[in-house]
Design a protein around this ligand. Sequence first.
Ligand code: NAD
Ligand code: IPM
Ligand code: MN
Length: 342
Amino acid sequence: MPTITVIPGDGIGPEVTREAVAILDTLGLGLTFDVLDHVNAGRFLATGTALTDDDVTRVRDSAATLLGAVGNPRVTSPEYARGVLLRLRAELDLYVNLRPVRLLHERLSPLRDGRRRDLDCVIVRENTEGLYTGIGGTLRAGTRDEVAVDADVSTWLGVSRVIDHAFGIARRGVCMVDKSNAVPAGGRLWQRCWRDALARHPQVPARHLYVDVAAMNLVAQPETFDVIVTNNSYGDILSDLAATLGGGLGAAASGNLNPATGFGLYEPVHGSAPDIAGQGTANPVGAVLSAALLVEHLGHPDAAEAVRVAVRTTIDDGRCTPDLGGTLTTTGAGAAIRAALG
Ligand code: NAD
Ligand code: IPM
Ligand code: MN
């Protein structure tokens, strides 16, 4: 029986993962769950360590991980998210952050100019390098002469493998997004890896955009995108933008993947949403669709598709949370999806 580690986390994390786990149970795939509900901001504040080596071992020994969200207004240090989410991404070498977005329903597009705005894209975010490695430091902290450096790290291996992954999953084409007109060393490396990848994948339509114009085009012509491959920071920012264009951040799913080992950590794109936590209004769809990605990668594509169809059915019918135009609670929306699963 495959064991799934579950890290509910903070804020709305536990509220939405509860619904996602209930859906996984309904699928009858024989999954068991190892819930690490002690990994949260309270433990970080009390001990300075939210995720211990023992927790990492439990994650490693599981078939996959489902995470809600980490983040609490009482925690201002980046060391909390770095010690949980970024630690798992780095130590398990989850180098692909896969963030698929489809327009959920026409009524949910924020682009209301009378033109139909289809969106069906996948952001492939490099997930272990860029500004997130922690290489850097501070000189003369707290003075007017303070110097802060966070290195923007790109490696030939890291860039090549994530671009190759994008080509591997392309349906209509790949768009590489960088800032090579301004950022010299990393820009040069991304461009070299891109040219080499074009030669390896001559049959796939491909184009390049600078990140500023990519953001503009996502809004102006969302239908022109299929797979977008980009670095860690641009992928983070563009994925919240794309999620909003698709109908809302609360509905966006992601998988942090190592395609070589097959391990994945699945989580909604959104955070712990402290502004709505505890109100029972959080949208569980991002977590539920992340669970769909999880079962798909465990070898159950039909179950994943059934969950996606059930989600779409409930949204079409307006049986959803307020952010998607419905009136249901988090548990009500989860129950509606389970009912639609049949
Ligand atoms: P957020 O994604 O938590 O919230 C942004 C906005 O979207 C809020 O108005 C929120 O109410 C709304 N929203 C988010 N998810 C929703 C849902 N499921 N249903 C309905 N509305 C939803 O971003 P933030 O406010 O910048 O971050 C809050 C905390 O979460 C911070 O500590 C941040 O670091 C953390 N965070 C964690 C993750 C993660 O664990 N993967 C991701 C992003 C942010
Ligand atoms: C995400 C989040 C994280 C990130 C934060 C919480 C560190 O925004 O998963 O998109 O920047 O990767
Ligand atoms: Mn983000």
